[in-house]
Design a binder for this molecule. Structure first.
Ligand SMILES: Cc1cc2nc3c(=O)[nH]c(=O)nc-3n(C[C@H](O)[C@H](O)[C@H](O)COP(=O)(O)O)c2cc1C
Length: 424
């Protein structure tokens, strides 16, 4: 059994402290968010930190972890602790993965590339977002053989969906994560207050502008009329931003109108609200990769997914960004684990803010736990190094929580009695 290094990590932090050096990524999640906020524009912060409506789902995602409490057991010899698990063909050092997050260029210029490098270094899988700021092939190249998955939004062009799947397979992704909860953008109050949508500036559409099918669609897609914006300084800035981000020389893009056309076509095809279960076999036809459904919150949907031969269930409410007042992801988890009965892996995210939260999700039956907003904040604070720091801390935190609770392995966390629920 592998001897893990949480104590080494802890010692290193205190040793640096003795030399007057503090970590750059704060440990308290609220302080982490505040420090990151200082590094971002108000619009970027609104996009990353914000949720739908009154942000009640966001609050219950974190708050509902308190419905369960860990029950530590004593005198169990926890000197040797092993946090490794298996996930879609990979033995990974800890049961974490980096959730797909779009438009990371709003947090830091290195964006997805910084995450890819930090994830690869830690051996923690990274799920490339469909709305990435860097094409999947570039991120994959930065990861060498480290595990990565691709997250897909089903667009109005099946040909484009097939092309994304084929690219994901070609660049070494081990699974496809189909996100179901964002067939339309949620009512995101903070973004609405700023009237700010990053995609309109050409941000977060790198998977599209690097795709041969999408580039072809720029000439053939019949765009619908869009609301006219008045010609203001901001409108000109938006136009410049869109053309700057489109591949190729700026002036060529400006005069050909390609940059703006890419944004226009993207906004009209990026999502298809009429997808149903009947569309799922299309994925099977176009990829051999395992397919995971993200956004499952009802046990019946999980059972139905199994009937359709789906290879993984991903419990998530998109960090409270879609349906305000929806069930929290952690409250939904036990029912879904029950419905799945161990037939496929159950991934989980939304509201996880440290090792104890991860412990609870694992105890409730999650196979692996997704880190979301916290890694964006670490990225905003210190780029790749910040994300590495955060991953090391989270792995150490989970390992210590596990050992102090009397568990030597992730399997032991899943034994009955490690957590309890009820009135406290
Ligand atoms: C800024 C931002 C962008 C996101 N982009 C995507 C995306 O492109 N695809 C996706 O499936 N989920 C996306 N998500 C949802 C995350 O994958 C994940 O479900 C969520 O962040 C979990 O909530 P938490 O960050 O509060 O823990 C995004 C979340 C945030 C905060």
């Amino acid at each position: 059994m592998k001897r893990s290094n949480a104590l080494d990590r802890q010692r290193a932090i205190y040793a640096r402290g003795a030399a007057g050096l503090l970590q750059s990524v704060p440990f308290d999640p609220a302080v982490l968010e505040r420090k990151a906020a200082e590094r971002m524009t108000p619009e970027a912060l609104a996009y990353i930190a914000g949720g739908a409506g009154l942000e009640r789902s966001m609050a219950s995602n974190t708050g509902d972890f308190d419905r369960w409490r860990i029950v530590p057991r004593m005198l169990r010899d926890v000197d040797e602790r092993d946090t490794a698990v298996d996930l879609f063909g990979h033995r990974i050092p800890a049961p974490f993965f980096l959730a797909p997050i779009g438009v990371l260029e709003m947090a830091h210029r290195d964006a997805d590339l910084a995450i890819a490098a930090a994830a690869a270094q830690a051996g923690i899988p990274y799920i490339f977002s469909n709305q990435a700021s860097v094409p999947m092939e570039r991120c994959a190249a930065a990861m060498e053989t480290a595990p990565r998955f691709f997250q897909l939004y089903w667009s109005r062009s099946d040909e484009l969906v097939a092309s994304f799947l084929q690219r994901a397979e070609a660049c070494g992704c081990s699974a496809v994560v189909l996100t179901l909860d964002t067939t339309m953008l949620g009512w995101r109050t903070r973004d609405l207050d700023f009237a700010s949508l990053p995609f309109l500036q050409g941000k977060g559409i790198a998977q599209y502008t690097s795709d041969p099918v999408f580039l072809r669609l720029l000439d053939t897609w019949e765009t619908q009329p869009t609301p006219k914006s008045p010609v203001t300084l901001s409108a000109i800035r938006t136009l410049i931003a869109a053309n700057r981000r489109f591949p190729g020389p700026f002036f060529k893009n400006l005069f050909s109108g390609k940059g703006l056309q890419a944004v226009r076509v993207f906004t009209q095809l990026y999502s298809r609200p009429n997808i149903t279960w009947k569309d799922l076999p299309f994925l099977r036809k176009h990829t051999n990769l395992p397919v995971i459904l993200k956004g499952i919150l009802h046990p019946d949907d999980a059972k139905k997914a199994l009937d359709y031969g789906i290879d993984g269930i991903y419990v998530s409410n998109h960090g409270g960004r879609q349906v305000d007042g929806s069930i929290s992801a952690i409250a939904a988890l036990p029912g879904i684990v029950d419905a799945v009965r161990g037939k496929v892996p159950v991934l989980f995210d939304s509201g996880v803010r440290g090792g104890a939260d991860a412990f609870k999700a694992l105890a409730l039956g999650a196979t692996a736990v997704g880190i979301g907003r916290p890694y964006c904040y670490a990225l905003a604070i210190r780029g790749r190094a910040g994300v590495s720091e955060l991953l090391d801390n989270w792995i150490a935190d989970l390992e210590l929580t596990m050992g102090l609770a009397g568990c030597m392995s992730i399997d032991e966390i899943r034994q009955p009695g490690t957590i309890q629920t009820g009135r406290f």
